[in-house]
Write a new protein. Structure first.
Length: 336
């Protein structure tokens, strides 16, 4: 059977599990897609503003912000502080052992510009290399649909980030955790957490780590039990402002460069901060035949925030071989 590409987004029939309707020419996701209406976006924005007004000032920080130093997180931090200048923010950059020097410089610069506290979350490189190596050689460690959202390596890295940001929010009694997820990465702009959910998420991630042969007995990667046992009344909400704002990659880059953010020296069409990303995408394609960013890009195209032509270009751009080889060497893995 010949390869068929969805007429609306960029998903194609060569991706395992993707079928294109012969009559409509659309994939299942485009056929069932219901865009977030402007009224709904306005409602989410109004709720976010109300929550920020009502719950800020209760702890050491109002928000724990996931700052990679890449374009989306840098822009989101800038806009958030521009709209809510009194917000007390701890911007956390997770150094996963593959963060570029440029990304670190950009993160620090964005914190200076916005008046936020910068916190670099670090771990021993060998411990990180070990967990990413095990993620790379694992198979089906994460739920079935997770492999369509991100590579096994990125799912592991994102899992660590989420666990440690929740931990920091609980310790600092911060009512909000802010991510810069795009419209293609999450359908829920505001997520209410609960004590039971925090416990469940910790246990789930611990089991996922065990599936890739990681025994986190020292609680390096999961929320520390002591923190969960001493949870107070302030359980953070997760907020994705970029899902509620108009998303345009070109305009975002223009604004960032205007305020002093430096374009990355990374030859990767899908990451402006992490030198592991190309290998993670390569590894995912080798294992599952799925491009790790296919669903993200498809979601942005589907929402109208990126042209189909640009989406196809990003999806089909050749992965950076030097980055793949460099990451493989650090992880002590072979590349075909």
């Amino acid at each position: 059977m010949s390869r068929t590409v969805c007429k609306k987004c960029i998903l194609d029939s060569d991706i395992p599990g993707i079928n294109i309707n012969d009559d409509s020419g659309l994939c299942y996701f485009c056929e069932t897609y219901k865009p977030l209406l402007s009224e709904e976006k306005a409602g989410h924005l109004a709720r976010m503003e109300m929550l920020l007004q009502e719950e800020s000032g209760k702890g050491e920080y109002d928000a724990i912000f996931a700052l990679s130093g890449g374009k989306d997180s840098s822009y989101t931090l800038y806009e958030l502080k521009k709209q809510y200048p009194s917000l007390k923010v701890m911007a956390v950059q997770f150094d996963n052992g593959f963060i570029s020097d440029n990304a670190i410089d950009n993160a620090k610069k964005m914190c200076e510009i916005t008046g936020c506290d910068y916190f670099k979350l670090t771990m021993e490189n060998e411990e990180l290399y070990d967990i990413f190596r095990k993620a790379a050689i694992s198979y089906d460690a994460f739920p079935k649909f997770a492999k369509y959202r991100a590579s096994d390596i990125c799912n592991t890295c994102i899992g660590i980030i989420k666990q440690k940001l929740i931990e920091l929010a609980l310790v600092n009694k911060a009512p909000f955790i802010v991510f810069a997820f795009t419209p293609g990465q999450t359908p829920n702009p505001i997520i209410d957490l609960s004590g039971s959910f925090v416990r469940w998420s910790r246990n789930l991630f611990e089991k996922q780590l065990q599936k890739i042969d990681v025994d986190d007995r020292d609680e390096l990667f999961v929320i520390k039990r002591e923190v969960i046992e001493n949870m107070g009344d302030i359980i953070p909400k997760i907020v994705h402002p970029l899902c509620m704002w108009d998303y345009n990659e070109e305009r975002i880059l223009e604004k960032l460069e205007e305020i002093g953010w430096n374009p990355p020296g990374i030859n990767d069409s899908n990451s402006t901060n992490c030198t592991l990303n190309s290998f993670a995408c390569y590894n995912h394609l080798q294992k599952y035949g799925i491009h790790a960013y296919a669903f993200d890009i498809a979601g942005i195209v589907r929402s109208g925030d990126m042209s189909r032509e640009e989406g196809l270009k990003k999806l089909n751009q050749e992965l950076c071989q030097p980055l793949i080889l460099d990451a493989a060497e650090k992880l002590n893995l072979r590349v075909k």
